[in-house]
Design a binder for this molecule. Structure first.
Ligand SMILES: [Zn+2]
Length: 615
């Protein structure tokens, strides 16, 4: 039951922090009682950093010395979490606090010192033959805990060169960032934002934020078209420059892959997590074969928006409007209820998150924007929100709660060394929690409009995240393959790849104009973090596959699905992600896993068609 006087944030203003009732502010005393205790912990951290440095030269002595060093490293690591987050969370709750900021910087300086004074560790460990360490681990259970950590370090090492080679590569590292630096200079620092006049007569400078806002909210197609045209013209005008910069990215990746002895750039990108390239290839192939629900959605949008031509600038404006407000106290109860399928224990953790003040709910002046879940080893996770009662804010809470439960279960089940998880699995619990929450909200919705808004939220996250990310991965792969095959990389070649992809994915559900083929140049990920975004898509596929079991009306299938899923959360980072997913019954190399997403999209679009009366 909601408290008697639920607090609701005053719209449009940012109150002082102490005006917000305590129960909506996180309680950081679980990390440190106060700054005095923090100070003692910080000194302990500094001592631990120093004493770790003294272990240099001891690893080869034998298993007991190695164990001492590994444990000392864990001590430094787990202390770091407390000391860092106590200062960082204080800073984020009010970034005007010089006290918190100074302490946060103190920790950063300690971290930099720690990095320098422990740089000896990996080379020294790697100098011991792996077979020797394996024998030591065989004979010593405490040391055997570190098996995967050691094996994965050696695995990474497979493509490390000799000292001369590494030195040469380190000289090259100075210009690694030149292509992405020039890209950001051209798209931000040197960018002249165009000005357009809207149908209302209002004149608008098209910053990136303004551009998004027009595409997502403006219901006049001519305004969206004007914004799109003005915004992308700059990319078309500079297409040869963008192509040359992107060629720099591609050549750099190919240089590093070859220098380190990889067959291609994709293998080089996937080796660290031990992911076979067939996973990405399967993802792309199966998604491309499953684009029909995506096209169905866009045909529906064209009908509902009532436009003759439906173009790239019409993809984001909402179909249904329903300005429901969601008071936080009611939402909390719904979030707790939504996780019933995951069992009583999981639910009790979610309840604790609300009751024990793990969440900093509302905006206050000086508070950091956005939302996150902070994994604080040794206590429980914390969540920062800027909850504003919109549907987006509600799903953000469900999302961050998923991350937090992953953290909680992993931290409680794993030794420190495996408490963290990779991005390859990180977005599974967050999207799965969102899916459970959607299921509950759909049964609760009081009107057609509310159901339509909920469905569109879910559809957009599949259409906009899953399909778009896979299309981006497809573009990156095709572009990298140009350089791997010694083909020229020109603006024309890149435009042709992108235009081909738009047609492969959207078919004739969307109308194209001459600017569409240049829009690849607007995607910062291509320049800043190649071969990265596909991981969001594989997480979506994993979630969709797991939800098929968790939602099953056969109780044993559902129970088994839940058990495998919770085991995945508890596993943290204790093995390579593909192995952990295999134990959870998910094989990303199989077409079925990826098809689960298009099947889910099809179901959602069919429901959306019914709710909008546009079937
Ligand atoms: Zn997330």
């Amino acid at each position: 039951m909601p408290p008697l006087d639920p607090y609701r944030p005053p719209p449009g203003e940012s109150p002082a922090r102490d005006q917000i009732p305590e129960r909506y502010r996180w309680d950081l005393s679980a990390i440190c009682l106060d700054w005095d205790e923090w100070g003692r912990s910080f000194r302990r951290l500094e001592e631990a950093i120093d004493s770790f440095a003294h272990l240099r030269g001891s690893l080869a002595n034998g298993p007991s010395d190695l164990l001492v060093a590994l444990r000392a490293m864990d001590d430094v690591g787990s202390l770091s979490y407390r000391v860092w987050y106590y200062a960082a969370l204080h800073y984020d709750q009010d970034q005007r606090s010089n006290e918190a900021n100074a302490r946060r910087q103190q920790v950063q300086i300690a971290f930099a010192r720690q990095q320098q004074s422990s740089a000896w560790f990996n080379p020294e460990l790697l100098a011991i033959p792996l077979d020797t360490i394996r024998q030591w681990m065989e004979a010593d259970d405490a040391l055997a805990v570190y098996r995967f950590a050691v094996e994965s370090l050696f695995h990474e090492q497979e493509h490390v060169l000799d000292e001369r080679g590494e030195r040469l590569l380190s000289y090259a590292s100075r210009f690694n960032s030149a292509p992405s630096d020039s890209y950001s200079a051209l798209t931000t620092a040197d960018r002249k934002f165009p000005t357009i006049t809207l149908s209302t007569g209002e004149s608008i400078t098209l910053t990136y934020g303004q551009y998004r806002a027009i595409l997502e909210t403006n219901r006049q197609q001519e305004d969206r078209a004007a914004a799109y045209k003005a915004f992308h013209q700059a990319y078309a005008d500079n297409q040869n420059t963008y192509a040359a910069m992107y060629n720099g990215v591609l050549q750099r990746d190919w240089f590093h892959a070859r220098a380190r002895g990889y067959a291609n750039t994709l293998d080089a990108a996937l080796h660290g997590n031990d992911i076979p390239s067939s996973v990405v290839e399967n993802l792309i192939r199966v998604t491309k074969a499953g684009v029909e629900p995506l096209r169905r959605y866009h045909r529906l949008r064209r009908r509902v928006l009532g436009v003759d031509s439906y173009k790239l600038h019409d993809l984001f404006v909402p179909l249904a409007r329903h300005d429901e407000r969601y008071p936080y106290d009611e939402v909390g109860e719904l979030i707790i209820e939504s996780v019933v399928p995951l069992g009583a224990e999981y639910q009790s953790h979610v309840r604790a998150a609300f009751r024990e003040r793990w969440i900093d709910v509302f905006e206050n002046s000086g508070k950091r924007s956005g939302a996150y879940s902070a994994p604080v080893y040794g206590t429980h996770p914390y969540m920062l929100l800027n909850f504003n009662e919109t549907l987006d804010a509600v799903f953000t809470l469900a999302h961050e709660m998923g991350h937090s439960m992953h953290t909680l279960l992993a931290h409680r089940s794993q030794p420190f060394v495996y408490a963290g998880y990779t991005i390859f699995v990180a977005e599974v619990p967050s999207t799965l929690n969102e899916a459970l929450f959607l299921d509950l909200m759909l049964t609760r919705a009081r009107s057609r409009e509310e159901r339509a808004v909920l469905l569109q939220h879910a559809v957009d996250s599949i259409a906009g995240t899953f399909y778009t990310q896979v299309m981006f991965a497809d573009f990156e792969l095709q572009a990298h393959r140009l350089v791997e095959a010694d083909e020229p990389v020109t603006a024309e070649a890149l435009n042709a790849i992108y235009e081909g992809l738009l047609r492969d994915y959207y078919g004739d559900a969307v109308d194209y104009d001459t600017l569409a083929r240049h829009t690849w140049a607007r995607i910062p990920h291509f320049f800043g973090s190649p071969y990265y975004v596909y991981q969001y898509a594989t997480c979506f596929a994993t979630t969709a596959r797991l939800m098929q079991d968790i939602r099953s009306d056969k109780p044993d299938v559902a129970a088994d699905g839940v058990e495998r899923y919770l085991a995945l959360l508890r596993a943290g980072g204790s093995d390579f992600p593909m192995k952990l997913l295999a134990q959870a019954g998910v094989d990303l190399g199989l077409p079925d896993t990826v098809q689960a997403v298009s099947q889910e999209l099809d179901t959602l679009v069919a429901r959306l068609e019914r709710e909008l009366g546009a079937g």
